[in-house]
Design a protein around this ligand. Sequence first.
Ligand SMILES: Cc1cc2nc3c(=O)[nH]c(=O)nc-3n(C[C@H](O)[C@H](O)[C@H](O)COP(=O)(O)O)c2cc1C
Length: 157
Amino acid sequence: MRAICYVSTACWQLDDSELEHLLQAARTRNREHGITGLLLYCEGSFMQYLEGPKADIAPVWDIIRADEKHNHIITLFDRTVPARLYSDWTMAYRRTEPPDFAKLLNSDWATSSEGTPEQCWFVPGVRMLRDFWELNQTMPAGRAPPPASGAGAARRR
Ligand SMILES: Cc1cc2nc3c(=O)[nH]c(=O)nc-3n(C[C@H](O)[C@H](O)[C@H](O)COP(=O)(O)O)c2cc1C
């Protein structure tokens, strides 16, 4: 199992229907390839965490990198992982506020691939992204998030 996390810049501000189209195409292909993950969009920036069997993730990663809707792709994390973190989602999606996005981006993603696959769970960026998703996915769209000190903040995987 391999997981990749990257950030990129949208070539223009995608509107809701363009994002919907992108997600639909992504989810269909991901289902075929056994890929799961999470996509965040924040004012023209993407962050995506993809996970799946090595042989399946490679062609999808090629398609994503070649997509002309975004550029300036920076890989934050690319490692062998022991398990999925987003197994229920062919591609979970959330529009994200700039302060949250900045926190995730500036987290430590430990790009070196040293260590055992299990050690990837200790990479702060991976944990922060997962915690962010857990905290936010339960909230109806558009509702303000609870304060960072709320019950969800302390929850782990
Ligand atoms: C930020 C971003 C994330 C994407 N994620 C995926 C993905 O998870 N899986 C996938 O198969 N394609 C992914 N794609 C590619 C889209 O599925 C692609 O845009 C889609 O095939 C529609 O492209 P088209 O209408 O320009 O042909 C991604 C593209 C972008 C820009």
